[in-house]
Design a protein around this ligand. Structure first.
Ligand code: G6P
Ligand code: BGC
Ligand code: BGC
Length: 953
């Protein structure tokens, strides 16, 4: 951390530093009032040497005194860098060395929308020192005009500021009811925003623990306590009104949020009143204490305590040390004591007393008032410093302090005021520059354009404070384009905004929870799905009415490794149509494949067109692989529900997943393929087997792991197969051995058995699909539908005003515009929010960071339900196998494929967790299939060929 160096300056430099803006340099002034020869100071004999009365000595004294208040640009840069270092240290949660600035998250996550509406009570405590203010603020949203808040100020008696905490909060509650007694407002559900301007650890928008008092407050029994609870208790004790304290904010936050709509949003709030502090919108992921890596959060810097580790040593004057020693909190808030309005008057008093006691002012006379602490207030200094008020006012103030004011005294006093003020403004600028540099860092923006809301009586009553601050900020961070926006009515409106935001967020949170609650399935519901599926499996196997067709696949065994040969394989029904050459040798399986597209018009055209297209792809592949004219055994992965009558006979029951080619349902698709081959001269293909992609996946993984007896697909569609005991398969003869059953679980619930879980969004998606009423389970789980479910939820939340400020956009009303792959991207742990923004901005959606967080929660809820339902299905299957074999414990592997399962960051983990929960007696390993089901189809073909050879032997 760079140290702030002590610095010597040339007189010119020092004057420029001391008196920006037009007043003649002190030495010039001294000269003008006869303190001649200041300029000639170096080597020029002084007036005393000339035996004249020595104004120069007093001016020397004044100059030497005021020199202490000079802070050079280098020192300001060092303060800026040092404060920035402390800020980043505190943000990072670095414990040692402890940072002197606290960087307190405020739970305000967004700047006002301007849509905030309603009547709010605001209680301000601590911003303006010994007074508190109650306001009634009416927010009119975007349409309405600005309503002037009604407010009342109450002076806090000193004994209340220094007494027991309960007394202070009772005083506040009393002021609230006195205010409400005076104003006939409807006392229904009074929502209050509490502006509490002291350093607090916030743990929520309405939970805040006081760390330490500042600015003249010192009540007992409050530090370490939740001030919202203390206020709620006091309001209850008062018992006059039922007031709900909805939010507590720091005054800087109120100031930032009080920015006039349309000029902002202001993302920095800066207060210089009795105390000083700033807040700004930090990227949440940079705030270590918040385990949140998404969106922004307003951080209260609490820069008043900067330098409490002596870092400010070189720029602290003897007057600063004197003031600190006499203060209520010596050693603390050192930076604030150089800037805050509570201290500036005292600093001026200490300097004037010092100069008077050394004869440089007021003829060397002091007065009891001049020597008593707090006798010069901020008000006095601003008036004395005010260029318009002129010397007359200065005289009046000094005379009130019992001082006899000499000719030059008034001007010298004004120089003292200016020196103290100018330093305060420049130090404040250095601190603000540190905040702006931090924003550049956290947003990785070199060129930062930002609006800073300013609040506090130092700004209101001392116009040059802002101009000095602005000038200095431009010097220190020239690449930042900073606009300063005075906050209206001292942040009261801002606090009401936060309260409105809190109330809105709370209302939105309630609406979001209500909307997503049906997606949050509990263990009972999932166990019920598992049980219903097991029941439907048993019925389906027995050929009874069931939404699970439980189709025998005529695959009786998983590969045993003795398969050999070259095979062609087709893989139709997933995202891509692939033609594969699979070479099975002792050394393993080599696969060469090519992806071909199935245009929607072919998938939804005529069956002949579809199968001719398939054969064209095969021919193209054979040519490319130099296989033309060869008649290799072919395995056909056909990922649709087929009633198989044999390994190479499959009657298509119905299309799914957006396919709808005519004249296919009810047909043997192997025949359709052979007919298409027949139509294409000179192509000889030997179609040996047709398998479902679940079977192909199980076989493909079974080749590596013989315990793999379940195949699972979670891709465009979803389905599962498993090795069932032949004795349980009513439609196939034989009681021994196994038969792989294609469950076609996509249709589970088509009998209404999932009605309790079905949401209105599922109904919207189903009605808009080409097969309404069909594939209910699939439409709650698979990739073809999750994006659409999310889109419908987003439309619903937008209609409730929870999202996108209630603005429906054409784009979001477009079917399939919210791709399921967006869920995988949005839920990825690393860059989620930026992803969310990028994706949603591409969709032309105007979003805030709250919106982005809500979209993320919607995606999480939809994908979580899908994964849990899928897990409940797998639990039903493995439990069935375990019970089939009468085993206490079952160890089994599940071969899995499908884009959603493979690409979604959490899906596979949630499926496994649900299976562990619902089938604890099954040790299930999920094997992601590397080569897809094409390899599996080739292996099924290889097994069939081996069995056929054995039959011929
Ligand atoms: C792999 C398999 C296909 C299966 C698909 C399902 O690609 O080889 O047989 O149909 O996965 O996943 P998808 O996400 O493509 O629908
Ligand atoms: C407090 C801050 C407050 C500032 C301005 C400081 O003393 O610690 O919380 O924002 O004064 O009122
Ligand atoms: C089909 C199944 C297939 C699954 C996965 C479903 O739509 O009906 O046969 O296994 O999608 O691709």
């Amino acid at each position: 951390m760079p140290h702030i160096e002590r610095e010597e300056l040339t007189p010119e430099e020092s004057d420029q530093l001391l008196l920006p803006g037009g007043r003649p340099p002190l030495w010039k002034h001294m000269e003008s009032i006869g303190a001649v020869g200041l300029q000639q100071r170096e080597g020029v004999p002084s007036c005393s040497q000339k035996g004249l009365p020595c104004p120069s000595d007093s001016s020397e004294l004044v100059l030497e005194c005021l020199q202490q208040f000079k802070v050079t640009q280098t020192q300001l840069q060092q303060i800026q860098t040092s404060l920035l270092g402390s800020m980043e240290q505190a943000l990072g949660g670095q414990a040692s060395p402890a940072s002197t600035v606290r960087m307190l998250p405020t739970y305000v996550g967004s700047t006002p929308h301007g849509t905030e509406q309603g009547d709010f009570l605001v209680l301000e405590l601590g911003a303006t020192g010994a007074s508190l203010r109650v306001l009634w603020v009416t927010l009119m949203g975007t349409e309405g005009h600005r309503m002037e808040p009604r407010s009342q100020e109450f002076v806090i008696p000193p004994e209340v500021m220094l007494g027991p905490g309960q007394q202070l909060f009772d005083f506040a509650a009393h002021c609230l009811s006195e205010f409400l007694d005076a104003f006939p407002v409807s006392t229904q559900d009074l929502q209050l925003g509490f502006s509490f301007s002291f350093p607090c650890h916030q743990t929520g928008l309405d939970r805040s623990t006081l760390i330490s008092w500042t600015k003249g407050f010192r009540c007992s029994g409050v530090e370490g306590h939740d001030v919202v609870q203390l206020l709620r208790d006091a309001i209850k004790r008062q018992g006059a009104y039922n007031i709900d304290v909805v939010a507590v904010v720091n005054d800087t936050v109120g100031t930032m949020m009080g920015c006039e709509p349309g000029v902002g949003p202001c993302e920095v709030g800066l207060v210089v009143d009795t105390g000083t502090n700033a807040c700004y919108m930090e990227e949440a992921r940079h705030v270590a204490v918040l385990d949140e890596d998404r969106g922004r959060v307003c951080v209260s810097v609490e820069w008043g305590s900067f330098g409490d580790d002596e870092a400010l040593g070189p720029v602290l004057t003897t007057f600063d040390h004197a003031l600190d020693r006499e203060s209520l909190n010596p050693g603390a808030q050192r930076f604030e004591k150089m800037i805050g309005g509570l201290y500036l008057g005292e600093l001026v008093r200490l300097v004037l007393a010092h100069l008077a006691q050394r004869g440089a002012l007021f003829g060397g006379c002091t007065s009891p008032a001049l020597l008593s602490r707090g006798s010069i207030l901020l008000q006095h200094v601003t008036e004395m410093e005010d260029p318009l008020a002129g010397a007359a006012r200065v005289h009046a103030i000094l005379q009130d302090l019992g001082l006899s004011v000499g000719a030059s005294d008034a001007e010298l006093v004004r120089y003292v005021c200016t020196a103290v003020f100018t330093r305060a403004a420049r130090l404040c600028a250095a601190a603000l520059a540190a905040v702006l540099s931090r924003l550049q860092h956290s947003r990785e923006q070199q060129m930062l354009q930002i609006a800073v809301a300013t609040g506090g009586r130092v700004f209101e009553r001392h116009p040059s404070f802002l101009s000095i601050l602005q000038e200095t900020v431009m010097l220190l961070v020239p690449e930042c384009d900073v606009s300063f926006i005075p906050s209206v009515d001292g942040g009261g409106r801002g606090v009401a905004m936060v309260t409105a935001v809190a109330a809105r967020l709370a209302a939105h949170r309630r609406l979001l929870e209500e909307t997503l609650a049906p997606f949050r399935l509990n263990r009972e519901q999932l166990a019920a799905v598992q049980a219903q599926m097991q029941e439907a499996m048993a019925k389906g196997l027995q050929g009874e009415a069931s939404s699970l067709r439980m189709l025998p696949t005529y695959v009786r065994a998983t590969p045993d490794g003795s398969e050999r040969g070259d095979f062609l394989a087709l893989d139709l029904g997933g995202t891509n149509f692939r033609v594969l050459l699979v070479r099975v040798t002792a050394g393993g399986v080599q696969i060469t494949s090519q992806v071909y597209s199935i245009p929607e018009c072919v998938a939804q055209g005529s069956g002949q067109q579809l199968f001719d297209h398939i054969v064209d792809c095969i021919v193209d592949f054979q040519q490319k692989q130099g296989l033309s004219g060869q008649s290799l055994p072919l395995g056909f992965t056909f990922s649709f529900p087929c009633r198989q009558l044999g390994l190479d006979q499959g009657i298509l029951l119905n299309w799914t997943k957006g396919f709808n080619a005519s004249d296919c349902e009810g047909q043997d698709v192997v025949c359709l393929l052979r007919e298409a081959i027949g139509r294409k001269q000179a192509v000889k293909l030997n179609v040996v087997a047709i398998v479902n992609d679940t079977v192909g996946t199980m076989m493909s993984c079974g080749y590596e792991d013989p315990r793999c007896e379940v195949g699972l697909i979670v891709g465009t569609g979803t389905n599962a197969c498993y090795m069932e005991e032949l004795r349980n398969v009513a439609s196939v003869a034989g009681d021994s051995g196994h038969m792989c059953i294609n469950m076609e679980w996509g249709a589970f619930g088509d009998d209404g058995s999932l009605g309790l879980l079905r949401t209105c969004f599922d109904a919207n998606v189903d009605q808009a699909s080409i097969n309404p009423g069909k594939q209910s389970f699939e439409k709650m789980i698979s990739g073809m539908y999750l994006g659409e479910i999310v889109r419908h939820i987003l439309l619903h939340l937008t209609s409730l005003g929870v999202l996108f400020r209630g603005q429906q956009t054409q784009r979001l009303q477009t079917r399939d515009i919210f791709k399921t792959k967006f869920l995988s991207e949005i839920e990825s742990d690393s860059l989620a929010l930026r992803q969310v923004r990028a994706i949603l901005e591409d969709l032309g959606l105007p979003l805030t960071s709250d919106d982005a967080l809500i979209v993320l929660e919607v995606c999480q809820a939809v994908s979580q339900r899908a994964a849990q339902l899928c897990g409940a299905g797998v639990a039903a299957v493995v439990e069935k196998i375990r019970e089939n074999r009468g085993l206490e414990e079952l160890t089994v592997s599940v071969g899995v494929d499908g884009t959603l399962y493979k690409l979604h960051p959490h899906f596979s983990g949630l499926v496994a967790a649900t299976v562990r929960e619902l089938a604890p007696r099954c040790a299930v390993t999920f094997l992601q299939s590397e080569d897809g089901s094409g390899k599996g189809a080739a292996l099924v073909t290889a097994v069939a060929c081996r069995l056929a050879q054995m039959d011929h032997v």
